[in-house]
Every structure is written in C-alpha cells, then in structure tokens.
Design a protein around this ligand. Structure first.
Ligand code: F0G
Length: 346
C-alpha cells in the first residue's frame, strides 16, 4: 500500500488522509514477453488500483492536501482516468468535483465512473491540451477548487510510490523501465521515486527510463508540440505535455529514450497482453509493451535486462476497443449437444 510510504509523502501532522486503499499493485512476471525479448520482464499492473488506474496513487495526495487547505472542491482536465480518480477521491473527502474532458474522446468506462461518483462533467469542443489550459485558468481565476492534474506536485509525490514498491519487491531497481507517456507526469514521478531511493542508498543504480508515445501524439519524440494529436489510445492523446522539462530530464539523466509506437503496434501489444499473459489493459497501457517489443527488434534493449513495464489502466475502462474487432458470441439453445456442437467437442 502507498500508506507504507506515507513518510515519503508531504503529509503534515493533523491532516486527514483521503484514501481508498491505493497502491500495493502486483509486479507480475511476464513469461511470454520474457521469452520474446530474451529479458526478464515484469508487469507493474497499476490498473489494479481502486479506480482502475495509476492516477489513484497521486489523487490520494492531491485530495488530502486540498482538504487540509480547506478547499470545497477539486477540478481537473482529463483524458478520462484522472477524472475517474478525482471523482472518487473527492466523493470520499466530501468535496465537489468538476472535470473537463475532450468531447467524444474519452473511453466509456471512465465516463461512467465520473458519472457514478457524481462529478460535474463538462465536455469541451477541443483536445486534452485545451482542457488543461482551461482548468488551469479556471482554478487560478476562481480559487474555489484545487487543480488536481499532475502539475500539482503532491500528485507526483504520491505516484512515486510505484517506484518504491518495485524496488522493494525486486530488492533492486530494474535495468530498464518502460512507460506510456502522455502528459508526462508519471515518468516524472517514477524518476523522482528512483532518485529518492538512490539518494537514500536503497538501490545501487536507477533504471534507464524508456518512454513511449503514440505515433500520432508524440511531441517528446519530435521535440515539438503536436497541434492535433490523434491515436486510438485516447488516454495519451496529448500534444503538449505539461511535464515536458521533467520528462526530458528523466530521459537524459537515466540514459533513456523516447520513441513512438504506432496504433497498430499498440493494438498488437494490447492483444498479446490479454491473450498471452492474461492481463487485460486499456490501449494506452499497451504502449509500454509495444515499446518493449519495438526496442527488442531495433536492438536498443540489451538482451538479458531486467525490465519493468508499467501497465497503467485496466482493460475494462475501454470495452469498446476490444469488442470493435472481436467476433460476436455464438447464440446457442439450452441444450448440451448444441453447446458441444458449437465448441466442436464431438
Ligand atoms: N496511461 C493511462 C492509462 C493514462 O490514463 C495516462 C494519462 C497515461 C498512461 C500517461 O500518463 O500523462 O502521466 O504521462 N492520463 C491522463 C488522464 C492524462 O487525464 O487521465 P502521463
């Protein structure tokens, strides 16, 4: 649990911690991926957090701080997961929640979560970057709600807990850490976590940070913002990452890299994870594994490495993507012989 690392978080004495039991997610060996890459690969399954994504690690902190500061509500821009998480933690804290999302571009499960938790949902005729600018301005001009996007430093401190958990389970840091990158808060948080453990002598060396963006939304790869980002991985459909500078530092200081993965590569990794490893993730999460496979093929991943891929969000968030390409289930009468015939058991 992230609770185990609370002494590493900026929580003041007397604050009420707003928690839903986040953290402590599985670090799962990935035998098929290990075989394909000739590496030892683990999946950090952060879709197992309370609202189904890694955002909960940061949201517990951001909402805890907002409550301590006497805020009545929280506001955020989101491609879906941040809004689902903010809505749940705000509810837990007895606060209001307003979310700004790009119209028609967030996965159904995420929208359902924000609705279920009673958030005020405003759909914007624009992309995530427009939503974030609007949320920042609104929070600055109308200081009735705390901005809980990853530009909020308490979010980063909470998300660093995933790096602590990985090191504590492995007894060391991995050689390489693969991540999907959108607004670039998570890669910033992991790097902060690994550096903190290095500073405290808990690991001998940090990993190389490999960040993967969708090819149609790859500003960090191109070194310039992308005006109209486009990808099937709606969670990382972002053209102007807020944590640009910190993410670049993480890459440079760790001898890491940013690379782009196509939607086809993302979908292939998405299917491989569910069909071969038994781990159902949302498309954006599969970008880390698409990148792992790409860097195996192009030789940038040294064979024999200890690798962790974070899979950031649960597959149930986005049921449409899997059903889009899958055949419809067969309809059979209530009759064992019909079942046997349909399953070709005879
Ligand atoms: N994976 C998933 C499932 C995400 O939801 C996000 C970001 C990322 C990866 C990328 O993380 O932004 O820290 O680089 N989702 C945000 C949101 C933008 O609004 O839910 P990042």
């Amino acid at each position: 649990m992230i609770e185990a690392y609370r002494d590493r978080m900026p929580v003041e004495p007397g604050w009420t911690v707003v928690t839903l039991g986040e953290g402590g997610t599985p670090l799962l060996p990935a035998p098929h991926l290990s075989e394909l890459t000739d590496c030892e690969v683990f999946l950090k399954v952060d879709g197992m957090n309370p609202t189904g994504s890694f955002k909960d690690r940061g949201m517990t902190m951001a909402v805890t701080a907002a409550l301590a500061q006497g805020q009545q509500g929280v506001i955020c821009a989101s491609t879906g997961n941040t809004s689902a998480s903010a809505a749940a933690y705000a509810t837990r804290a007895g606060m209001t929640c307003a979310v700004l999302v790009p119209q028609g571009k967030i996965a159904l499960g995420k929208l359902a979560q924000a609705v279920a938790h009673g958030a005020r949902i405003l759909q914007i005729d624009g992309n995530f970057d427009d939503c974030l600018e609007l949320a920042r301005k609104t929070a600055a001009d109308y200081p009735v709600a705390a901005l809980v996007n990853s530009v909020n430093p308490t979010r980063i401190a909470g998300q660093a807990s995933a790096a602590y958990e990985i090191c504590d389970v492995l007894g060391r840091a991995p050689d390489v850490h693969c991540l999907p990158v959108g607004n670039a808060g998570n890669i910033t948080a992991y790097w902060a976590g690994y550096r903190a453990y290095l500073h405290d002598g808990l690991i001998a060396a940090p990993p190389r940070m490999f960040g993967y963006q969708a090819a149609g939304a790859a500003p960090l790869v191109h070194g310039a913002p992308v005006k109209n980002p486009e990808t099937i991985a709606t969670a990382i459909r972002i053209g102007s990452p807020a944590s640009w500078a910190a993410a670049t530092t993480a890459r440079d200081d760790s001898d890491g890299r940013f690379a782009a993965v196509t939607d086809d590569e993302i979908l292939a990794a998405y299917r491989l994870l569910s069909a071969r490893e038994g781990v159902f993730v949302e498309p954006a999460s599969a970008a880390s594994v698409a990148g792992l496979l790409q860097s195996t093929a192009d030789g940038t991943l040294p064979r024999g490495s200890l690798v962790v891929c974070t899979v950031t969000g649960h597959g149930l968030k986005d049921p449409d993507t899997v059903l889009l390409t899958a055949p419809s289930p067969t309809v059979v009468p209530i009759d064992p012989s019909a079942v046997a015939a349909a399953l070709e058991l005879a």
